[in-house]
Ligand binder design. Structure first.
Ligand code: AMP
Length: 375
């Protein structure tokens, strides 16, 4: 079976890698970013909105999925006329837009931060009053990795930030003083069966994920799963999904849904016997899902802007080094490291994580990990 992927970045690469040795062939479409992709599949390079290229793509594939939620709905509507798209249009329509997403969470009684629409001048006063400060102004669409976001501390700063965003549709969110961030990865098949991965604790800097850890079991697992289940049943979801949460007073406040394979699930390659990528492919091709068994302790460190020297990453724990083969660029994800800590004492494992963070230039985060978990 041939799976078309809208996008040709590292998530398409990891899907293609997961297809090796199966009867599934992955066909990404998009501009050439990674030379490596050609090692695992035969991508169609170019603009996916080009009708001739799109026709060539659709002639080859049995089902279509995407590696980013920022694909044009109109394009998906065209594709859906001839080819099954998973997750479906009813999913993207909600999760592409931060306002609809927040309203949707509320409809399903999933807690969210206070928010208000900022789409016209009159909304500035209303949003300031309803949400208060500090707050985060976010563009409703097309934001990722902290892009299209500004922290604002007053009505004047809110108005200035909205001007800077050229007055496009935004929302103002209350600044959540969380004790941590976690995410859950869930996958649902065409038969309605779902599986869940253990939740990870995530640390972001400048809006970009730097570290995900899964060490032992979390008390928040059941509630995270119940929220994911609610959404997947409501949308008749097929495929992999991540929900990112803030932890506030030991409860979960939903931040956002990524209706696709997700960075905070990269640890599932090597950290489980069935990765999020393998199960996403299983789901969208109608195959049974594999209920994953996870190692007791795993961590994933993102490499941002540039890769460290792999030979310096010998921190004790078994590790898997992923080089996406991208050019270095500020704030770009260029690779990641998964540390496998099965049977390792948690304190020792955190020390190994801190060591790897130091090698990758994340000194401040390394110190934070040491002071929180080791000293
Ligand atoms: P997002 O693009 O919404 O996932 O935001 C990226 C990161 O910015 C989150 O993972 C948080 O670390 C931070 N962030 C986003 N929204 C808020 C908020 N309302 N309060 C506090 N921090 C936030």
């Amino acid at each position: 079976m041939k799976v078309g992927v809208l996008g040709s970045g590292q998530l398409a690469l990891m899907l293609a890698q997961a297809s090796v040795g199966t009867d599934i062939e992955v066909v990404p479409i998009g501009h050439k970013i990674l030379d490596k992709l050609d090692l695992y599949c035969s991508p169609i390079y170019g603009d996916m909105n080009d009708p001739i290229l799109l026709e060539k793509f659709l002639a080859q594939v049995d089902v279509v999925t995407y590696e980013t939620e920022n694909v044009a709905i109109d394009l998906l509507k065209i594709i859906s006329k001839t080819t099954q798209v998973w997750p479906g249009l009813n999913v993207l329509e909600v999760f592409q837009d931060r306002l609809l997403e927040k309203q949707y969470f509320e409809r399903l009684s999933i807690p969210v931060a206070t928010y208000h629409d900022v789409s016209q001048s009159a909304d500035i006063d209303k949003a300031a009053e309803h949400v208060g400060f500090p707050g985060i102004l976010k563009t409703r669409r097309d934001g990722y990795d902290g892009k299209g976001q500004a922290i604002v501390n007053s009505k004047e700063e809110l108005a200035a930030a909205w001007d800077k965003f050229e007055r496009i549709a935004c929302i103002l969110e209350g600044f959540v003083s969380f004790s941590g961030e976690v995410s859950v990865i869930a996958v649902r098949g065409t038969d309605g069966n779902s599986i869940f991965y253990p939740i990870t604790e995530n640390i972001h800097c400048d809006g970009i994920l730097r570290l995900s850890t899964k060490i032992g079991e979390s008390d928040l697992q059941a509630v995270a799963e119940s929220y994911a289940q609610k959404i997947m049943e409501d949308r008749d979801y097929v495929g992999c999904m991540a929900i990112e949460f803030f932890v506030v007073d030991g409860t979960l406040v939903a931040n956002e849904v990524a209706p696709r394979v997700h960075n905070s699930g990269h640890w599932t390659i090597g950290g489980t016997d069935a990765s999020q990528f393998a199960n996403h492919l299983n789901a969208i091709t109608g195959k049974p899902l594999v209920s994953p068994t996870a190692l007791s302790a795993v961590a994933m460190i993102n490499f941002i802007s540039e890769l460290p020297n792999p030979s310096e990453l010998n921190v004790g724990a078994q590790s898997l080094f992923h080089d996406y083969g991208k050019e270095n660029r500020p704030l770009r994800k260029v690779g990641h490291l998964t540390l496998l800590g099965e049977g390792v004492d948690p304190k020792d494992f955190y020390q190994q994580i801190a060591k790897a963070l130091t090698v990758s230039g994340e000194d401040a985060l390394a110190s934070e990990i040491m002071s929180r978990h080791v000293q």
